[in-house]
Design a protein around this ligand. Structure first.
Ligand code: AMP
Length: 287
């Protein structure tokens, strides 16, 4: 595996391999099986797989965990080598945002809802860095996790709106054996918090079962999820939202019903345990 730190060297390397298909997996490192599942898919579908590890400062607000975000490059390098990844791009912040940097990309409307309500500058940082990385790597296919469903929807819209020559693929959430979605931020949780966090996947699973049994009213589904999340005193609800998958619009009450489209719906929740914010969701349909 080639480990590359500069944009010029990645461009040189990828352009040298012109004619081959490129898969790309952007990450912030501290890799777990959720990340690795994206790389495995890329390795299956492309000649060359490029992974980036970059803890992107523009997607963190000043009060968030940029400085304490978990980093473990040695372990990540080992996992990537074992998997057979071809190129690891691991730039410094100055390489991506040199002094005087001033251009940002924002997908209107979609950035404001769900996680965007409590993180209003987050998706602008994500789309900016992802577009820059796409321009640097020039991938044919790019792989994202449905764990960050809003992110995948927004990036897909950016690729469409800006006519990018990349296919965005959203892959399923990888969970721990107890059901908690894998996340680099799970390392922040204390024992009791980890235990309490399980109410998040549990609440969503219950909602999924209710929908499978025929419940379609968005308000009722939301009530059931909130009820389940309120079981734990350690859990503070940030949001529970049921939205149309591609527009991220909430269901409006019309003629007394708020029935969901069972082929195009995102049921998403975010909770806080102490300072740690966790997200989870399930999708009816495809991003
Ligand atoms: P991050 O390093 O958190 O920015 O994540 C990099 C990519 O891995 C994103 O596309 C995430 O959605 C994806 N990802 C993170 N956790 C999971 C998970 N548990 N299952 C599937 N994909 C994930």
């Amino acid at each position: 595996m080639k480990i590359i730190k500069t944009i010029a060297a990645v461009k040189k390397e990828t352009r040298k391999l012109k004619g081959k298909t490129f898969g790309f997996v952007p990450t912030m490192g501290c890799l777990h099986q959720g990340h690795l599942s994206l790389m495995e898919q890329s390795l299956r579908e492309n000649d060359v797989t490029v992974v980036s590890i970059f803890v992107n400062p523009t997607q963190f607000a000043p009060n968030e965990d940029l400085d304490s975000y978990p980093r473990d490059l040695k372990k990540d390098e080992k996992s990537l080598k074992e998997l057979g990844v071809d190129i690891l791009f691991f730039p410094d912040v100055k390489e991506i945002y040199p002094g005087g940097y001033s251009t940002y990309v924002q997908v209107e409307e979609l950035y404001k809802v769900l996680c965007g309500k409590s993180r209003p500058t987050h998706f602008r940082g994500v789309t900016t860095v992802v577009l820059k990385l796409f321009n640097i790597v020039a991938p044919d296919n790019a792989y994202f996790g449905s764990k960050d469903a809003q992110q995948a929807v927004i990036i897909k819209k950016m690729a469409l709106d800006l006519n990018l020559d990349v296919t965005i693929k959203a892959l399923p959430i990888v969970r721990d054996t107890d059901g908690l979605a894998l996340s680099s931020r799970n390392t922040y949780l204390s024992g009791p918090q980890r235990e309490a966090a399980l109410c998040l996947p549990k609440a969503l699973r219950k909602a999924e079962e209710l929908i499978a049994a025929g419940l379609e009213d968005a308000a009722q589904i939301k009530t059931e999820i909130v009820k389940e999340l309120q079981q734990s005193k350690l859990v503070e609800i940030d949001y529970v939202e049921i939205v149309s998958l591609n527009s991220l619009k909430t269901y409006e009450r019309s003629e007394g019903t708020m029935d969901i489209d069972v082929n195009n719906t995102l049921v998403a929740a975010a909770v806080k345990l102490g300072k740690t914010r966790l997200i989870d969701n399930f999708i009816l349909g495809e991003i």
